[in-house]
Write a protein that binds this ligand. Structure first.
Ligand SMILES: C[S@@+](CC[C@H](N)C(=O)[O-])C[C@H]1O[C@@H](n2cnc3c(N)ncnc32)[C@H](O)[C@@H]1O
Length: 274
């Protein structure tokens, strides 16, 4: 373990934890097992595997892609380079959606747009057991992973996956629409390490980062039920531009901006009139 930790120290402030997780993965054991078997020697094959994982990590490959899974909202999700790694910020969106559902027991028509790993749709279905959702993505590989996550958490019978642009082709009415769409401005993206490893199609929000959010809101009158709500994750820097965009496209809808734990605006809540 000391060997793995030493090698990772230059790449990560969490070298100790990452070494434990990579060893657990390499041994196909839990972290507790790794911690309680510090003397366990690695055979040549395992050492080769560990070296390969460490090398990839040193090249910047995110830890969740090496492990093949990651925790979100208390559930373990399969991830691969085809999907965005679920982020803790997005848990705010799930919390708000669950609160809204509790307050509106007669409103159960829901959609998750740009579902990626399915972390939002699966968490909502898991915690709100009378909820059915449509979950869309343009990426079939992402939808395949999302489908596996739904099976893993026992909610696959309540989520309908659809490969489409935003909500194109959807013909019903929706009470709750949640979306963590790509929102990073294209120019910013080029400077970010994240764009080297995670799918560009999950990150690139166009010139001002609001291209897809704008397209979704423009389309809203087609499917948004009276009294319904739209919850959108935004970048902290879009605290003014995103509400302004929503106000211009949906002028009569009350709009709220909700902060994350660090006090940064991260969630746009738009309510439809009854
Ligand atoms: C930021 S990721 C979010 C993934 C997941 N919902 C999460 O919170 O981790 C955005 C997702 O939107 C999908 N996407 C991008 N453009 C889309 C579009 N026009 N229509 C549907 N999905 C789209 C991407 O493939 C990606 O999976």
């Amino acid at each position: 373990m000391a060997y793995a930790r030493r090698r990772l120290e230059t790449a990560s402030p969490d070298a100790w934890l990452e070494a434990q997780l990579l060893l657990a993965h390499g041994f196909n054991q839990t972290r507790t097992w790794v911690l309680t078997h510090p003397e366990k020697p690695l055979d040549a094959k395992k050492l080769e595997l560990l070296d390969d994982l460490l090398e990839q990590r040193l090249q910047g490959v995110p830890l969740p892609y090496l492990l093949g899974h990651w925790e979100f909202f208390g559930l373990d999700f399969i991830v691969s380079p085809d999907v965005l790694i679920p982020r803790p910020e997005t848990e705010l969106l799930v919390e708000q959606a669950l609160t809204w559902l509790k307050q509106h027991p007669d409103r159960r028509r829901a959609a998750d747009v740009g579902t990626g790993s399915g972390c939002i749709a699966v968490s909502l279905a898991y915690h709100q057991t009378d909820l059915n959702l449509v979950a869309t993505d343009q990426s079939q590989p992402a939808l395949d992973i999302a489908g596996q996550n739904a099976v893993r958490h026992g909610v696959s019978d309540r989520i309908r996956w659809q490969k489409t642009n935003l909500l194109d082709g959807f013909t019903g009415q929706l009470d709750l629409v949640v979306a963590n769409l790509p929102y990073i401005p294209s120019a910013t993206l080029e400077e970010l390490l994240v764009s080297k490893f995670e799918p560009l199609s999950a990150l690139d929000g166009g010139p001002d980062g609001l291209l897809l959010i704008s397209a979704l809101l423009e389309d809203a009158p087609r499917w948004w039920a009276p009294g319904g709500v739209i919850l959108l994750e935004i970048e902290a820097g879009q605290g003014e531009s995103a509400p302004a965009l929503a106000r211009s496209l949906l002028p009569v809808a009350p709009i709220n901006l909700l902060p994350d734990l660090a006090g940064k605006p991260r969630l746009l809540k738009i309510e439809n009139e009854k």
